[in-house]
Design a protein around this ligand. Structure first.
Ligand SMILES: Nc1ncnc2c1ncn2[C@@H]1O[C@H](COP(=O)(O)OP(=O)(O)OP(=O)(O)O)[C@@H](O)[C@H]1O
Ligand SMILES: [Mg+2]
Length: 356
């Protein structure tokens, strides 16, 4: 196997710009030295050369100096409505290949409502929703309480707490006012799906002529070729205080991340597992993901555990020993180094970096 020169691109929390009026959780999405060092070490363990670069405008000068064969990109970006797509856009302008999804997919999936419109177009199940830009906009008559309120383009459960579940119009208005003021972006209101929560990780790329549409046929066209499904991870809500409301909150993802309670593989009948995998593959396909993603589901306890897609994460967290995808890989017998090198490998094949 050819030894590659890999630039690991990420936005470190400690390098993040600050501004006075920012909410304190604003950089919860960004990465730590632990993650970046672990990725560098994983790539080196496979014989590659790897160096970290901060994923910002300095890349325009740093990358031509380093001349990597490929970038391992996990940059979340800092500013703007499409921040996750900024580094890939720079890389495309510099004509340097990179791991993971491209500009359009990262911009699309950061916006949960846009993503849900694409999913709905393809008939994929996602909770009914409405986007609010003001707290006093009329509520659609087909949305019934309880509802769930969250920012339209944040991750790591930002804005998500027990209070996000609202059971009345006054509670909805209060949550909207609070989140609009705090996050300064449209707020997504969805039907609250009561039930279990599972997330499915995928590595690879779909091969075959149907890669951009959802198969209509029930069986014959359920093409999984090229995708590796990791065992689903279920959040064990029973192990958390009632204050969290049975949802995967910001507090659980940050303050309590080192004491995460989960089941992996999540208990599931083979037919249910197949359904989750098929839905995850369909989401991967219609949102144009590449190499790796994690699709989050809720199983509706009031409707026979029917799966609903909450969102797709094309830049899933890679914190060693803690992030969902890492725990799923572990349950599949892939150690951290295997996971990182598997992502690099599928990217290498996709972009046609030859192996000689
Ligand atoms: N419609 C809903 N019904 C029930 N729970 C929900 C709903 N939407 C979100 N949640 C809960 O809030 C959590 C966070 O929501 P979501 O996955 O959309 O946000 P996120 O912050 O982007 O997550 P991530 O850390 O995966 O990027 C979910 O894991 C789930 O527990
Ligand atoms: Mg999520």
């Amino acid at each position: 196997m050819r030894r590659l020169n890999v630039a690991v691109l990420a936005n470190l929390k400690r390098n993040a710009p600050t501004r006075e009026d920012m909410p304190e959780d604003v950089w919860d999405d960004l990465d730590s030295d632990v993650t970046v060092n672990a990725i560098v070490a994983a790539l080196e363990s496979a014989g590659h050369r790897a160096a970290f670069l901060e994923g910002d405008l300095s890349l325009v000068e740093e990358l031509p100096r380093l001349r990597p064969d490929i970038c391992f990109n996990i940059s979340e970006g800092h500013w703007g409505d499409s921040r996750e797509s900024h580094v890939p856009a720079i890389l495309e302008m510099l004509r340097i290949p990179y791991t993971g999804s491209g500009v359009l997919t990262l911009a699309l999936t950061l916006d949960k409502a846009m993503t849900k419109r694409v999913l709905s177009f393809h008939g994929l199940p996602t909770p009914a929703f409405q986007v609010f830009e003001r707290a006093d906009e009329p509520l659609d008559s087909d949305l019934r309480f309880p509802l769930f309120v969250k920012p339209i383009r944040e991750g790591t459960g930002m804005g998500v707490s027990g209070e996000s579940i609202v059971r009345s119009k006054p509670a909805l208005r209060a949550q909207l006012a609070e989140q609009l003021a705090r996050y300064r972006q449209p707020i997504l209101v969805e039907r609250f799906i009561r039930g279990r929560e599972v997330t499915v990780g995928l590595i690879g790329n779909l091969i075959g002529p149907v890669a951009w549409r959802v198969p209509r046929d029930d069986r014959a066209e359920r093409v999984f070729a090229g995708l590796r499904f990791l065992p689903p991870l279920e959040v064990d809500f029973a192990a958390y205080p009632e204050s969290e409301g049975g949802v995967y909150t910001n507090r659980m993802k940050t303050d309590w991340a080192h004491d995460f309670h989960y089941l992996c593989p999540a208990p599931a009948e083979p037919s249910q597992l197949e359904e989750l995998n098929w839905l995850a593959a369909a989401v991967f396909r219609v949102t144009g993901c590449a190499d790796v993603a994690r699709v989050d589901f809720r199983l509706d306890a009031d409707d026979g555990n029917k799966p609903y897609i909450l969102e797709v994460n094309p830049l899933p967290g890679l914190y060693p020993g803690l992030s969902d995808l890492v725990l799923e890989a572990d349950a599949a017998g892939m150690r951290y180094n295997d996971l990182i090198n598997a992502i690099l490998e599928v990217a290498r094949v996709r972009v046609g970096l030859n192996d000689s």
